[in-house]
Design a protein around this ligand. Structure first.
Ligand code: DGY
Length: 329
């Protein structure tokens, strides 16, 4: 019997073609709910399931799964219980690297968009309220000279730093908030002398823009809570292109309403696709529907990598991008 792939949501080419070249492909017409996905994974009909972030692959599902592996169409994999998968010998793949620049572009877009009030400005024009140039119409903030605090200093944070330096921002970073680890000059590479490491508390207190670039984990869930928001500058802006649950969204709505901080640019939400009550009504926010990686070339590369991972797993090889390395594979 050849390889068999389950694709929970159609992916762009060349993904589906690569899978079809390697075996039988079943693409579900609609995203499955948890029980339907669990049943399909337990059926024994598939070697590998190609998943999206909304597909929850937790320990109970994995306990019943008869699969060689899961290939996630994303660099993040907080939807998958990696420990449980590893225990059961189920290989997990992801799509790192290819979406770094696109996601950093969206972080920069949110920095600029919140600073210069782009949503309010766009709405004013569309509502027919633009009556001509005015000295004090929609005054915003300068990005140049402002302090950008990066929570995390991985690929996407570094790409954001590169852009921010080009805009004349001062860049601070905290590599593993809320904890810390020293980053050597060698590790800083091109950034040595241009960016400065700061403890998390200092980052929170000094940033004009605090941008989140950490994976979601038990350590980073609600990293930005009411207490952290309280300690930010009253004119600070929070940027999140990482994962929604890193921010306590209800506390954020309160902070934005009461002027504890000045604004937020969000591409991700705590309970996606739902928004915390009140968030959508706040004028001092720019809200995007998780489009950090949404360019045609990037999604095509993600499709290619996730298909290559799936084929390798089905054929018993270690995938090019393995999240968990299983020596037996
Ligand atoms: C990811 O890959 O983790 C993004 O959130 C979606 O592209």
């Amino acid at each position: 019997m050849g390889n068999s792939f389950l694709v929970t949501t159609a992916i762009p080419e060349p993904g589906l073609q690569l899978l079809s070249d390697a075996g039988r492909v079943t693409v579900l017409p609609d995203p499955p709910d948890y029980d339907a996905l669990a049943a399909l994974c337990a059926s024994g009909d598939f070697d590998v399931v190609l998943t999206q972030l909304r597909d929850v692959i937790d320990a109970p599902l994995l306990a019943g799964a008869r699969l060689r592996g899961v290939s996630n169409f994303a660099v993040g994999y907080n939807n998958i219980d990696i420990e449980a998968a590893t225990r059961r010998g189920i290989m997990i793949g992801n799509t790192p690297g290819v979406l770094t620049d696109a996601t950093a572009d969206i972080a920069m877009l949110l920095i600029l968009g919140t600073a210069r009030r782009v949503v309010e400005a766009d709405r004013l024009v569309r509502d027919g309220k633009f009556l001509g140039w005015e000295p004090e119409l929609l005054l915003g903030r300068d990005v140049s000279g402002a302090v950008l605090g990066l929570a995390g200093f991985g690929r996407i944070a570094r790409a954001t730093a590169r852009r921010a330096l080009g805009f004349g921002m001062q860049v601070l970073f905290s590599p593993r908030p809320p904890g810390d680890r020293p980053v050597s000059a060698a590790e800083l590479g091109e950034f040595a002398g241009n960016v400065r490491q700061a403890p998390w508390d200092e980052l929170v207190e000094r940033s004009d823009f605090l941008s989140l670039h950490v994976p979601l984990s038990d350590q980073t869930r609600h990293l930005v809570d009411a207490d952290v928001l309280e300690r930010m500058k009253p004119d600070a802006i929070l940027i999140n292109t990482a994962r929604g649950p890193i921010v306590d969204e209800t506390a954020l709505v309160d902070a934005l309403r009461s002027g504890v901080i000045a604004g937020a640019g969000l591409d991700v939400f705590e309970d996606e696709p739902k928004l915390a009550p009140g968030l959508a009504e706040l004028p001092n926010t720019v809200l995007l529907p998780h489009v950090g990686s949404a360019t045609v070339p990037v999604r095509s590369e993600m499709a290619r990598l996730s298909a290559l991972n799936a084929v390798a797993i089905a054929e018993g090889r270690t995938p090019p991008h393995a999240v968990n390395y299983l020596a037996s594979a």
